[in-house]
Design a protein around this ligand. Structure first.
Ligand code: AMP
Length: 420
């Protein structure tokens, strides 16, 4: 019979490397918890319309990359290509806006996009997602940017750069859009790019092809056409960021892949990742709640790609501090010792000590190897003869020193020794 592989563009995360994945995920999340954000979990799939309206029909994500299916009840559902739209759907459905504002939320989970797989670009990946909803305060924009920055710093990353701009809002973007459309109309662009320009002209600024970029040198830029209110907002964000010790690069041509952004928009890129250099990004999306049928409330959020952040860590040659496997390992030699080991491991675990033992007939050599691999600093080695004498051997797996400990004291000695 033939065997199966993980679907194209997906991968398995296996131990021990999976411990690094968890550590990265948790380190990215820790600053959010410290800042009072609450955990939210929403379904992995939503009504397709939530993304079509929330992310924007003109985006690649919606037009080309969604995993959409009809369920057995005839509903069109889509595996989430990002988390924000689903979180916003939940925020509106549960009227979270009727409580104290801002509502600060974080989530983490699987995201699905039918993209062309390559290094750092997958069809199934994991995002840490953060949203602060219901208040339009530049200090909140700065808080979010600073929290993302903190997560990367806590991982030890240094090779990242924050790209920042303002995309304006309804007080200035429509006028700017007209200017840009006029400008683009005079260029020599292919059919597909013209079509893109008709749907969302800003997206053309982000075209990576040199022949297109060459024509865009004199393109009007949103930051030069901000209204007084959006300029004041952007200035305040930058002041707060300076106060928070965050540095950035002005990126007036930054356009993100999702349509809902307004005002502050940002992306984190890493120089060790090649083409797929974005490790996180986000911005303000003051029209999203209304677009999903909710009240006209502002919001700001970002998403960090956990998998790409891990690649960035590897590119910098950093070690991820992972919690070691177990603290104690019990090696039984003989039938009576086996029962003793099972009991001791159960007691240790119940008392909060992480512990493991061998299963199956491994022999002394195999069992000691398993003990070494387990990450434990100490092993309890116990044979039937030890039991008859009322002792067990407590062995330091780093120094190989071993002492006989009376059985009555063993449990407390192990706990004290492994520092639990
Ligand atoms: P986006 O939702 O497109 O703004 O993406 C936010 C972050 O998710 C990016 O900065 C990446 O780190 C990560 N990301 C986006 N698409 C992919 C992908 N196909 N594979 C892996 N990570 C991705």
């Amino acid at each position: 019979m033939s065997t199966f592989s993980a679907p194209k563009g997906t991968f398995d995360t296996l131990p021990p490397a999976s411990a690094e994945f968890l550590a990265v995920r948790d380190t990215l999340v820790a600053p959010l918890r410290r800042a009072g954000y609450g955990y939210i979990e929403t379904p992995t799939f939503e009504d397709t319309t939530v993304f079509a309206r929330g992310v924007g029909e003109s985006t690649d994500v919606v037009s080309k990359e969604m995993y959409t299916f009809t369920d057995r009840g005839g509903r069109s559902l889509t595996l989430r290509p990002e988390l924000t739209a689903g979180l916003m759907r939940s925020f509106i459905e549960h009227r979270l806006y009727s409580g104290a504002l801002p509502v600060k939320l974080w989530s983490v989970g699987s995201v699905f996009r039918y993209e062309r797989p390559q290094a750092g670009r997958y069809r199934h990946f994991t995002q840490v997602d953060v949203e602060a909803l219901g208040v339009d305060d530049p200090a909140l924009d700065a808080e979010l940017v600073a929290l993302a920055t903190q997560g990367y710093r806590d991982l030890g990353l240094t090779g990242f750069e924050l790209l920042l701009t303002s995309l304006g809002d309804e007080t200035c973007r429509p006028q700017y859009r007209e200017l840009l459309v006029e400008f683009l109309a005079k260029l020599d662009l292919d059919e597909e790019t013209r079509a893109r320009a008709a749907l969302n002209p800003l997206r053309v600024l982000d075209d990576k092809r040199p022949e297109v970029q060459a024509q865009l040198a004199d393109a009007p830029l949103m930051v030069d056409h901000l209204s007084d209110s959006t300029r004041a907002h952007y200035d305040a964000v930058r002041e707060h960021l300076t106060d928070l010790g965050v540095t950035w690069t002005e990126a007036p041509r930054l356009v993100r892949g999702l349509d809902y952004y307004t005002k502050t928009t940002f992306e984190f890129v890493h120089d060790g990742l090649g083409a797929q250099s974005a490790i996180g990004g986000g911005g303000r999306y003051d029209g999203l709640s209304a677009a999903l049928g909710g009240p006209d409330l502002s919001g700001i959020g970002y998403a960090v790609g956990v998998d790409r952040t891990l690649l960035a860590i590897r590119a910098e040659g950093l070690d991820v501090v992972t919690s070691p496997g177990v603290q104690a390992f019990v090696v039984p030699l003989g039938a009576a010792a086996k029962s003793f080991a099972v009991r001791l491991v159960g007691q240790l675990r119940a008392a909060g000590v992480s512990a493991d033992t061998v299963y199956g007939d491994r022999g002394l050599k195999g069992a000691m190897k398993a003990a070494d691999r387990s990450g434990a600093t100490h092993a309890v080695v116990v044979g039937d003869r030890d039991l008859a004498e009322g002792v067990a051997q407590l062995r330091d797996l780093r120094t190989h020193e071993q002492v006989a400990v009376p059985l009555g004291e063993l449990f407390d000695r192990v706990r004290a020794t492994v520092g639990a």
